[in-house]
Ligand binder design. Sequence first.
Ligand code: MLT
Ligand code: MN
Ligand code: ZN
Length: 304
Amino acid sequence: MLIRILGAAAGGGYPQWNCHCNGCETVRDGGAIPLTQSSIAVQSKEDGSWFLINASPDVRQQIEAMRAEGCFNSHSGNRSLPFAGILLTDAEIDHTTGLILLRESTAPLNIYSTATVKQALTSGYAILSTLQNYCGVKWAPITPGEIIQLTDELEVEAFPLSTKAPKYIQSTIQSTEIEVWGIGLTIRDTITNSTLTYAPGMGSINNDLRKRFENSDCILIDGTFWTNDELPSLGIGARTAQQMGHLPLSGDDGSLSQLANITTRKIFVHINNTNPILIPNSPERKTVENTGIEIGYDGLTIKL
Ligand code: MLT
Ligand code: MN
Ligand code: ZN
């Protein structure tokens, strides 16, 4: 299978339109490469179907970048969507807003998500209901622990991640309700017997998750924040990384130290524009590179 990082930044992108943090200004000064918002695509085999995983507000630009690099060999004249399906890991605005941009598809969008995400996108942020009046939606459930056959070669298994409900729906949720808001995906190529695990939003790493990472050939993992108080300390947000459901990279219990002994190929994605690892030659970036974890970027392609 082929995996392409379409966008390596978290919500807002790099730079974010209203942000003047060190990183965003570095991009504007030409000192760092811009990044679009969080999404990947997976292709089963050469010339095979592509699947989109999360639909970012930058999906239009991301599809054009794929086209420019020859990802889509054939192009029919009928304005069809170049993805056989779209899988959602959560109902966050930055992972779902791209669906609205795909409304021009001539065929209904094949969308896979948990029932919880479907509900959020039907009532809280009603993208799926809206799309019914445009291209339409064919929804299929993702249930953690169950395997879905995407193509003859590719199967996907979802697993629960510790994440928070999207902000737009938080006020309507009872604090006692226990729900899985975000999932990760393990995608297995049954021909090459290789696996990718994608976890763009994870608040903690338990033993099951650690084993899953160890048993994967490549993991794409939450790289949102360097420190827990990154946004409050910059005066640009009230919530800590943990309150947003993201495990920060640094610190004794941070993801860098928790992932240190996992020998799988590891790549950070969903990196927030405030995270200093995005700044070339920063000490934080060097620390990450020295631990052997890669920092994702748009267009990075992995063959498994
Ligand atoms: C997240 O990744 O935590 C969310 O996308 C942040 C947001 O509310 O935009
Ligand atoms: Mn996000
Ligand atoms: Zn910024």
